[in-house]
Ligand binder design. Structure first.
Ligand code: FES
Length: 391
């Protein structure tokens, strides 16, 4: 990066963040530095806790792009905060599985206890609450994270309230998993791509019991995948295999009684499912062909425009295009009756003013007429004019 003259808006952040910003940019190929925008926005949050207009200016000036481009990215992702955020961002998953397991109750309990709602911060500046979509730990539902670290697994309203009270009072809170709880600004440094020095910050080791619950159930019921050992530690690199060597055998693989019949059973089920799908597809094709040969259109279900369907559901009694013909209202007086009688019905279901229909009416009405003389005021044609006195 060449020397950059920062604007007064970006200058204060530049004084603190230019060095780490250079480090981030150096990770990208020359000419592709603008891809560093995401980590740069996290870097800005290490100082500010959110992305302020100064943060936007700093990123734009470092990368040589405009502020609208930075704003478009910063406002798209929920992890970039637009307002000052508390020291601890408490996220409660209210997505499907967590919700079924009580996530909404946990969130509601915190709303009531803290007196703040989604994306709001307590008056002491300690806690920002948010409800989140899947936090990627469904096996531990309902899940509560603090600054994106898994902090309370299988949360209850009580355990969540206890958590936030400990954080507010500065009491030690041991997370369910991982490293000690850090501040949101500290976490942003890691998200910007710098090493996290906390013990246990990088998860490793054997998966927990809730994660393996499905595997255990499968084993209990005699369903197993050959060669799979749920107790295998998670390794960072793939173990090298000697040329020509067979996959390493494990205890599970040593149990042919469990693995072999299960494998063949799965294959049999898959084969049967394939046959069933093929048979069903054959029936559909036959029906379509039948209808085509009978000269009928195929019933393809409800093909109404979604807007029409939405309008119908809003007002089910209203007439909508394609609906049943509705009788015209009866004339209520002699003038209306005369008007209705002098107007031919369209008959073809086309709306008034339809070009073909309009041409027919015009040609039929003028075929046996002499060419009309141009009247400067056709609206008054054939209307008896009264005298000024009569008017
Ligand atoms: S649904 Fe809550 S963590 Fe996935």
């Amino acid at each position: 990066m060449t020397t950059v003259e920062f604007s007064p808006a970006a200058e204060p952040l530049a004084a603190k963040l230019l060095e780490p910003a250079r480090e981030i940019l150096a990770r990208y190929p020359a000419g592709r530095e603008r891809s560093a925008l995401l980590p740069l926005l996290h870097l800005v949050q290490t100082e500010e806790g959110h992305v302020s207009p100064s943060g936007v200016a700093f990123c734009a000036e470092v990368l040589g792009i405009n502020k609208a481009q930075v704003g478009a990215v910063a406002t798209f992702y929920t992890m970039y905060k637009r307002r000052p955020t508390g020291e601890y961002l408490v996220s409660v998953c209210t997505n499907t599985l967590c919700n079924v397991m009580g996530g909404q109750e946990v969130y509601d309990g915190l709303v009531e206890h803290l007196g703040v709602g989604h994306d709001e911060t307590t008056a002491d500046g300690k806690i920002t609450l948010e409800h989140a979509e899947c936090l990627a730990a469904c096996d531990y539902a309902p899940v509560v994270t603090v600054n994106y670290d898994f902090t309370v697994d299988q949360a209850t309203p009580q355990s969540a309230v206890e958590l936030v009270e400990n954080l507010r009072q500065g009491r030690e809170q041991t997370p369910s998993r991982g490293a000690r709880i850090c501040s949101l600004k500290e976490m942003q440094y890691q998200l910007a791509g710098f090493a996290d020095p906390r013990d246990g910050a990088v998860a490793d080791g054997v998966a927990g019991a809730p994660t393996l619950r499905g595997v255990r159930l499968a084993q209990e019921h005699g369903v197993a995948v050959a060669g799979f050992d749920p107790d295998s530690p998670i390794t960072k690199t793939k173990p090298a295999r000697a040329e020509g060597a067979l996959p390493p055998r494990t205890d599970a693989a040593d149990k042919p009684v469990e693995s072999k019949p299960s494998g063949s059973r799965i294959a049999a089920v898959a084969k049967k499912a394939t046959e069933t799908v093929k048979a069903a597809a054959g029936v559909v094709v036959e029906k379509v062909e039948e209808r085509r040969h009978a000269g009928r259109t195929t019933d393809t279900g409800d093909l109404k425009d979604p807007e029409v369907r939405a309008a119908e559901s809003r007002n089910p009694t209203a007439d909508t295009p394609g609906g049943a013909e509705v009788a015209s209202p009866a004339p209520t007086n002699a003038a209306e009756k005369a008007g209705v009688e002098s107007n031919e019905t369209a008959g073809d279901g086309k709306p008034a003013g339809d070009s073909t229909r309009g041409e027919q009416i015009v040609s039929r009405g003028t075929a046996d007429q002499k060419p009309a003389t141009v009247d400067p005021n056709p609206g008054w044609q054939n209307v008896p004019r009264g005298t000024e006195e009569e008017k």
